[in-house]
Design a protein. Structure first.
Length: 417
């Protein structure tokens, strides 16, 4: 079962990125397995797609309804998502209905625990993303002698994740956070309450490090207020992880789109610690990964629409992510199919879920080291450092905002891995 969030609906808000026909990608890989491989151990794979709204007041309710439809109406054994799926519906799938779910979505550690090894994520947990950021910087001495500021949103679950994952990790290593503020979001997305006062406290404390954990629409406002109150480029080193999606160029570009040149200049040089290989294709020595090429060649040769996505598409200035989406769908499908195969000739649901949790190394977009095991069903194991540039000095900047994110060092084991 494929649960597809309708990303194209974000276009009116300036958040749409071309990702190709995602439903066709799932259908094409399913057809290849059935028609060219005879299914899995002779059993045909049945794929259905449920379309999900991404805007409006009933998004969480609609996702829970999709959970019930997928499991009760379609008898879904493994549910799949590569376009974002947040909220309580995750627990509807993995806890209430004890069904496996493979998703790109980063989850809270609470959800992962309650999922009983049936919730498979291709991203670190929310707390882990911040814990890795703090521990890596602290252990490498990057924060020695620094005056640190953090401003966390009061969005339910996010403030707690920032405190537990970031602030507590720093404190446990003897690193003090000079200013730890809470920014009010009034129950919504725009976190504006207390921004002016928070920046005043940052200024008074003389911070020279700021951890960016605010969301996509709140970060530009905060950084622009820093500019207004006299912070200049180079005064503060910004750090981030993929918490609130800051390792992606679509989100990071909004610093400039919504904050303008002043915010972009202040945020220029921000460092991001994450497992994502964002922008690696811009580097001079980059070679397309064999797994990515295999997935895209298979899709291109077999899909009914004639679509063909190449690595070179990422360099044409369109911001297209279709090449990467094909690889991600391929990754998810291969993980699910391997579990079905490993479960034997006539498996029960329990057999399939046990095989999935014990998968060990799995494929990944850009061939990063991913593993799954009981008690650790979030796959990433390695991190590196990426740099935000504005204006971008490398080929093919992202969008009209002229930003880019690129790796600046090699991968290393994530703390605790």
């Amino acid at each position: 079962m494929h649960l597809r969030s309708k990303l194209e609906d974000f276009a009116a808000m300036g958040f749409a990125v071309p990702v190709g026909n995602v439903a066709e990608m799932y259908d094409t890989f399913t057809a290849v397995v059935n028609e060219q491989c005879g299914g899995v151990r002779g059993r045909m794979i049945e794929m259905h797609t449920i379309e999900l709204e991404v805007l409006g007041a009933t998004v969480d309710e609609d996702r829970n309804a999709a959970c019930i439809q997928a499991i009760e109406d379609y008898d879904g054994v493994i549910l799949l998502n590569s376009s974002g799926f947040q909220g309580s519906a995750n627990l509807c799938i993995v806890e209430e209905n004890e069904t496996a779910f493979i998703s790109t979505q980063g989850q809270s550690e609470e959800f992962m625990s309650r999922g009983g090894d049936r919730l498979i994520s291709l991203s670190p947990t929310l707390e882990e993303s911040l814990r890795w950021l703090a521990a890596d910087l602290a252990d490498r001495g990057q924060l020695d002698g620094k005056t640190i500021g953090v401003a966390a949103p009061d969005t339910p679950g996010q403030y707690e994740a920032v405190e537990a994952g970031l602030v507590d990790t720093l404190n446990s290593r003897g690193i003090d956070v000079a200013v730890f503020d809470v920014i009010g979001c009034a129950g919504g997305t725009f976190c504006l309450e207390g921004v002016v006062e928070s920046v005043q406290r940052m200024r008074s404390a003389g911070i020279d490090v700021f951890f960016n954990v605010l969301n996509v629409v709140s970060t530009p406002t905060y950084i622009l207020e820093m500019d207004t109150q006299g912070f200049e480029p180079g005064d503060v080193q910004f750090y981030a992880s993929d918490f609130n999606a800051h390792a992606g160029e679509l989100v990071s570009s909004k610093v400039v789109a919504f904050g303008g040149e002043a915010a972009g200049n202040l945020y220029n040089g921000a460092l991001i610690i994450d497992d994502a290989d964002t922008g690696a294709y811009r580097l001079e020595d980059y070679e397309p990964r064999p797994f990515n090429e295999m997935c895209n060649d298979t899709y291109g040769a077999n899909n009914p629409s004639g679509a063909n996505h190449e690595n070179a598409d990422r360099m044409d200035g369109s911001g297209s992510s279709a090449y990467g989406m094909v690889t991600t769908v391929c990754n998810i499908m291969r993980t699910a199919l391997r579990a079905i195969y490993a479960a034997g000739d006539n498996p029960t649901r329990a057999d399939i879920y046990a095989a999935l949790a014990n998968m060990g190394p799995i494929d990944s977009n850009e061939m990063l080291p991913f593993t799954i095991r009981p008690g650790k069903t979030q796959a990433p194991n390695a991190i590196h450092t990426l740099r935000f540039e504005y204006p971008c000095t490398l080929p093919s900047p992202f969008g009209a905002e002229n930003i880019c994110i690129v790796p600046i060092d090699d991968y290393r084991a994530a703390p605790g891995r």
